[in-house]
Ligand binder design. Structure first.
Ligand SMILES: Cc1cc2nc3c(=O)[nH]c(=O)nc-3n(C[C@H](O)[C@H](O)[C@H](O)COP(=O)(O)OP(=O)(O)OC[C@H]3O[C@@H](n4cnc5c(N)ncnc54)[C@H](O)[C@@H]3O)c2cc1C
Length: 398
């Protein structure tokens, strides 16, 4: 059995859904198919993320894309309501607070200067301002802090649901299946081969978008392409608090990389929670979802207790691990692969894809429909840049 589409998108997470939504809007009625192998999204990074949204980057491109995301998420609830499937992003613009101590003060001071020229909204706070804004936080070793007032956090699951609902309502078709091969004809993409409950079939299409997140390299491999995207485990813990905090705190980044945000109760019977995480640079590459509780006890809780002695944790309400999709320079791969015309990559966000999803949808849709992205110059993020010995540098990746 064979059928045809204008574009096949592999992966229906926030990136694939955002790309498909914008494509369908731009291509006015053309058939856009998203192939998603697991509609429960159990192992999709989009569902397992912290939900942090910030514009505190150092490169003008990342700042512009993140700012677009912030504006989009601010309007998210109205956008989903307009398509009749209201989802709430629970986007709380409470800011992102990066604390500086003796160890990282020089780096953050430099970042502050660069961020301003890059167009980010960021303030430099004194120790006093930090103490006033987050009562109970230990600030004795804090030299200063960077605060992005427009930044914040949202509910990734609701955002994923909302993106899918908007795309479906715009006419995007979601197909339950696993892409197992990329069809070629005359040296370019001719479609995607998928395996589903009904068997194997090909959807013919001149364009296939690889939006398979941490799995994007394995999809590219079926097209004979080597993409430098590695799955790397990342832990998160949801801590139930003894009592609600007196202030609605920003996302706080300790100088050692431990970060936490509030998870507000949605109903009167729910307790207030905190979501906490910390990346490790020595985490081995692999599709590992095993959750190691010692990461919380040995690495995160000591920092939280020292930094936030006023906080009383009642219990660990939830614990999980998901995959970052790491590239060598920790920035996404965006654009058509020059070795295979028609194969477009939108992956490798290295732990920042939720905030970049709205801009990525717009940029990739413009690239496919108009031949280039006018809204964002994504050429420096070309998927073959490492083969050419190039990297994209942004010093504010965490
Ligand atoms: C613990 C954690 C915390 C994070 N925190 C943040 C944060 O605070 N802010 C932020 O911006 N980002 C964060 N991220 C990163 C963010 O979640 C990702 O960058 C983003 O979700 C990537 O979206 P995606 O759609 O590319 O990938 P995914 O959500 O993983 O979606 C890819 C989809 O492709 C499907 N797929 C894979 N292979 C195939 C195939 N062969 N055929 C069909 N379908 C296939 C998968 O089933 C999956 O649903 C975090 C990630 C993790 C793991």
């Amino acid at each position: 059995m064979s059928d045809a589409a204008a574009v096949v998108v592999v992966g229906g997470g926030v990136i694939g859904s955002s790309v498909a939504l914008r494509l369908r809007q731009k291509l006015r009625g053309a058939r856009v198919v998203v192939v998603e192998r697991d509609p429960s999204y159990a192992r999709a990074s989009s569902r397992l993320a912290t939900g942090g949204i910030r514009q505190q980057y150092e490169s003008p491109l990342n700042v512009a894309m993140a700012r677009y995301g912030i504006d989009f998420y601010r309007r998210f609830d109205q956008l989903t309501a307009a398509c009749g499937q209201r989802s709430r992003a629970w986007f709380r613009q409470r800011g992102y607070l990066f604390l500086a101590d003796d160890g990282n003060a020089e780096r953050l001071e430099r970042r502050y200067a660069v961020q301003q020229t890059a167009g980010a909204t960021v303030e430099r706070w004194t120790r006093r301002q930090v103490a006033d804004h987050v009562p109970g936080l230990a600030t004795d070793d804090v030299a200063f802090a960077l605060f992005g007032a427009e930044d914040g956090y949202l509910d990734p699951r609701e955002v994923l649901r909302g993106f899918r609902a908007m795309a479906t309502s715009a006419g995007v078709e979601y197909v339950h299946g696993s892409v197992i091969g990329i069809e070629r004809e005359g040296g370019r993409v001719a479609g995607a081969r998928l395996q589903s409950a009904a068997g194997e079939r090909v959807i013919a299409a001149p364009i296939v978008v690889d939006a398979a997140g941490a799995y994007a390299a394995s999809v590219a491999r079926t097209a004979g392409l080597a993409l430098p995207i590695d799955p790397v485990r990342q832990h998160l813990f949801r801590l139930e608090l003894e009592a609600p905090l007196e202030t609605r705190i920003p996302m706080v980044f300790d100088p050692d990389g431990t970060h936490w945000r509030l998870d507000d109760p949605r109903t009167g019977s729910e307790a207030e929670c905190l979501i906490i995480g910390r990346s490790r640079t020595d985490e081995p590459v692999g599709e590992n979802f095993a959750c190691d509780r010692s990461r919380l006890d040995d690495e995160m809780l000591p920092t939280l207790t020292r930094r936030y002695p006023a906080l009383a944790v009642r219990s660990v309400a939830d614990a999980w691990a998901g995959l970052y999709e790491m590239t060598p320079d920790h920035n996404a791969l965006l654009g058509e692969h020059p070795s295979l015309p028609g194969f477009v990559v939108a992956a490798g966000f290295s732990g920042h894809g939720l905030m970049m999803a709205p801009a990525t949808g717009r940029a990739i849709a413009e690239l496919i429909a108009d031949g280039e992205s006018k809204s964002f110059d994504i050429r420096p993020l070309a998927p073959d840049r490492f083969e050419r010995g190039e990297r994209f540098t942004d010093g504010a990746l965490v």
